[in-house]
Design a protein around this ligand. Sequence first.
Ligand code: NI
Length: 393
Amino acid sequence: MKTSGYIKEQLQRLYPDMVRWRRHLHQNPELSFQEVHTSRWIADQLNAFGCEVRKDVGGHGLLVTIKGDLPGPVVALRADIDALPIQDEKECDYRSKVPGVMHACGHDGHTAALLAVASYYQQHKAELAGERRLIFQPAEEQTPGGALRMIEDGALDGVDAIYGVHLWSPLPYGQASTKPGPFMAAADEFTLEIVGLGGHGGMPHKTVDTIVIGSALVQSVQSIVGRNVDPLKPAVVTIGSFQAGTTNNVIAERCVMKGTVRTFDEETRKLTHERLEQLVKHTCGMYGAKYDYHMRIGYPPVVNDEQEAGRFFRVSGELFGEANTIRSEAMMVAEDFSYYLEKVPGCFMFIGAGNEETGVVHAHHHPRFDIDERAMVHSAQLLIQMAEDFAKA
Ligand code: NI
């Protein structure tokens, strides 16, 4: 196995290419499930390196198989490739050329870093132990996501471990972080329409008032987190929209409520869903209203394998220093990397991509979002070192 110094030097050499690749993608973003040109362009780069590429995996996904000359495990490394429906408001020469579409989450950087990883491994097959499977995944930003279909299409067949990186602008360049166990939340969304009986505001006894029913429900759903969920387990039930009624003297026949449920483990998630549905059913029943209720299931929680997270803290400590290796808090954002982690052990990690001095301070999904591009080298480095550390164990 090559030393980390050697790997870093090789990746530094690829840095101008990474910047070029990332800026090409940044200028030509495509939305989730529509990554036709992106996918073709990635395949062209991989073919130029001489890689074995499988196209159209689970939609617009790509699988790269790099087999070493030595025996060893199969380690998968994943990047997502899709962009967001946001207007790019940055002032720079690599701004998005597509109106209303932008790489505002750094997936362009993930793709460029994984291309560098492909180029590195392709040139070092002779001393590579086992196989490296590179997953270029579409549609991370939109449920049902791209991961599940790629898995169904064989992305994880024979895989022993998987690693993924997210460039993270709230974390300064130079740092890296993750958390063992539950790291990111499951995020599900519900819509409820209560149907009562409208009528005159002065004659409520002739009506079924959906504002009264909806209000009762807004109060009672807060008892799920307060009284049903284990107080040591995090959960959120939020009703973000409540639409009913038209004017002073008319009783509202319909009330539409929209909300989200966020949890970190399947047991709490199931309990929260069940209680929500019971409260909806019985509250509407109690007041004599009908209802239409839909829960849209989002991604499961991202749960890092304890041992693999341990590997991150050791590997990152050696690469970036102990002081730059941060133990993250759990976060209420969601990621479909969770599907891979349900199947094989692995770890999802953050690489610091923020830089206050150069004005790279905007949050993910912000119209002025950008990354410190040097973080792509750290990203590629961490992915390779995690894989090689696993392979030598
Ligand atoms: Ni993202």
